[in-house]
Write a protein that binds this ligand. Structure first.
Ligand SMILES: *Cc1c(COP(=O)(O)O)cnc(C)c1O
Length: 387
């Protein structure tokens, strides 16, 4: 492919883009450029790269690729999802106000409540699924609205377009954490969102072997701002890790498709099991926001949560389960079972957790690439320990 042609589907473009071969020797894997600095030909002829914090060819390949997949114009790679998110927050200044979804990722909750507040940046948490509540929360100094949809771990669906419209009216930026969906399943820039952020540690990398973050924008002034902040803050992703993300991305479409198919089967089975009190999954017809999610994304994705009777039942299941790893994180080839109350949301006070439905009986499952019958069999034997 000679240019970043949009004629082909994302499934094809994920593999065939301008970095698919190395122009110097035809290598079909992006070279890992470790150099921290670049020789300049002369006083009057500085090259494209000078110092690797400001620009590195391997990172550039990753940044171009994610930008293209999100239908943006500029991508930025960071040392972690939190580095991408906190650098994006640095677009705010002291005295500014942020409206943020109340069931935001635990680390983002911590950064907002314990770091942004110290810098004089105010915030209001809202139930982002309720447009009226978001409208009420907007103040004259509101400069950013921060969305996560589906949200973690109860999979609430935010109406992206309606929030973008509100933000435009009030002159604020919209930022959306697209980690659970990836550009394969949801492309927020197409719906008018200003900045998309990712923990590439999850589905984009996909193999539980690298910590990384990405951000993508469409607008050139925003690209310049974020590029300046990336270089100033300096939390860039190293070349080896950029390569790991590029390598993981090659199978991202196929992984998302396969894991989602299994997640749908497991979610439906979970609703029939007597040990399960409730299943949170946007692929279930009775899930609040089912229609909305279907309208603004391509599929319900591979993450679901379910509620057991209590912490005692959770303990029995975690002790008995064999296939999924029991761990923090999600979005990998292996299924990952996690306990939000003590893992992703450990930074959140108990009363805040419970308000958000993150009870002591709640488990989150990120579905991997195992055979769905095997996962169901395993959960069945583990659940039967609790009955
Ligand atoms: C993991 C995660 C993050 C943070 O990413 P790191 O790579 O761990 O820094 C942010 N948002 C969501 C939704 C996540 O799942």
């Amino acid at each position: 492919m000679k240019n970043d042609s949009l004629e082909y589907s994302l499934q094809t473009r994920i593999l065939h883009h301008k970095h698919k071969t190395d122009p110097t020797n035809g290598a079909v894997s992006v070279p890992i450029q470790h150099a921290s600095t670049f020789h300049q030909e002369g006083l009057d002829s500085f090259g494209k790269y000078d110092y690797a914090r400001s620009g590195n060819p391997t990172r550039e390949a990753l940044e171009d690729t994610i930008a293209q997949l999100e239908n943006g114009t500029a991508g930025f790679a960071f040392a972690s999802g939190m580095a991408a998110i906190s650098t994006t927050f640095m677009m705010l200044s002291s005295g500014d106000h942020l409206v943020i979804t109340e069931d935001v990722y635990g680390g983002t909750f911590r950064f907002t409540t314990e770091v942004l507040t110290k810098l004089g940046i105010e915030h209001t948490f809202v139930d982002m699924t309720k447009v009226e509540e978001v409208k009420q929360a907007i103040q004259p100094n509101t400069k950013m609205i921060y969305i996560e949809t589906p949200s973690n771990p109860t999979m609430k669906i935010t109406p992206i377009k309606a929030i973008v419209d509100l933000a435009k009216e009030s002159g604020s930026l919209t930022v959306l954490d697209n980690t659970f969906m990836t550009p394969v399943l949801q492309r927020p820039l197409d719906l008018g969102v200003d900045v998309v952020v990712h923990s590439a540690t999850k589905f984009i990398g996909g193999h539980s072997d690298v910590i990384a973050g990405l951000a993508v924008v469409k607008d050139s002034a925003l690209a310049e701002k974020l590029g300046f902040l990336q270089n100033s803050f300096g939390a860039v992703l190293g070349p080896q890790d950029c390569w790991l993300i590029l390598r993981g991305m090659k199978t991202m479409h196929t992984r998302m498709e396969a894991s989602t198919k299994t997640a749908v089967e497991i979610a439906q089975w979970l609703t029939t099991h007597p040990a399960v009190k409730h299943v949170y999954y946007p692929g279930l017809k009775d899930h609040p926001g089912f229609d909305l999610h279907q309208a603004q994304s391509d599929s319900p994705g591979a993450v679901l949560s379910f509620e057991l009777a209590d912490r005692e039942a959770v303990k029995k299941v975690v002790d008995a389960i064999e296939i999924p790893v029991f761990a923090v994180s999600l979005g990998a080839v292996e299924s990952i079972l996690s306990y939000p109350a003590l893992m992703s949301h450990a930074a959140m006070p108990a009363h805040e957790r419970e308000k958000r439905g993150i009870s002591d009986g709640l488990l989150r499952l990120s579905v991997g690439l195992e055979k769905s019958e095997d996962l169901i069999k395993d959960f069945d034997q583990a659940f039967n320990q609790t009955l």
